[in-house]
Design a protein around this ligand. Structure first.
Ligand SMILES: [Zn+2]
Length: 186
């Protein structure tokens, strides 16, 4: 059986349980008010936030890229998400608490690109000479840096909570590098 055949079989299993239980379908048009978090994570196949953090269907929007980094492209997507919410007439968190979680990890593939500033500079839309400051070899520093860069975006609601965590692929545990706090103090 090919990879896609296996996936299609698994999807039949999924659909039989999830939709028959009425878990997804009835709430679909109202799904967004249930969204409690936006998780920014790495594309690495070992670090799916749904697995690591037990995120359930409808609970969080997950944006993944190489490294789980805050890049101009990622910021553009956050803006588009906000616009979708406006058009749909719903507020993230349904008016309650809403969290941005930046999730990076040890042994990240982006570390293999650290010696290639010509590749990373356009990704971050910075000069090649500035790539070293992005600390792609050190996820703890990178998480803290990316939290700070989102805090600097005035268009994001000040009351949203933000945190930065690093997943250790060796232990399976996440380490809270930046504890949850509002994006900006009131
Ligand atoms: Zn990674």
């Amino acid at each position: 059986m090919s990879v896609i055949d296996t996936m299609l079989e698994r999807n039949k299993e999924f659909a039989a349980h999830e939709t028959a239980a009425g878990k997804l379908m009835p709430s679909l048009p109202k799904a967004m008010p249930n969204v409690k978090a936006l998780i920014i994570g790495c594309a690495d196949m070992r670090v799916d936030p749904a697995h690591l953090l037990g995120v359930e269907s409808g609970e969080a929007v997950v944006l993944r890229n190489i490294g789980g980094r805050v890049t101009p492209g990622l910021i553009e997507q956050i803006g588009m998400l906000g616009r979708i919410g406006q058009v749909a007439g719903v507020a993230p968190g349904g008016g309650g608490e809403f969290h941005i979680v930046i999730l990076q990890h040890t042994d990240c593939g982006i570390t293999r690109l650290a010696g290639d500033p010509a590749l990373l500079a356009p990704y971050f839309q910075i000069q090649e000479s500035e790539v070293a400051a992005k600390t792609v070899l050190d996820p703890r520093n990178a998480v803290a840096m990316d939290v700070a860069s989102l805090r600097a975006i005035g268009a994001l609601p000040a009351s949203w909570m933000i945190s930065g965590i690093v997943y250790d692929v060796a232990t399976g545990l996440v380490d809270v590098v930046v504890p949850p706090a509002p994006l900006r103090s009131a």
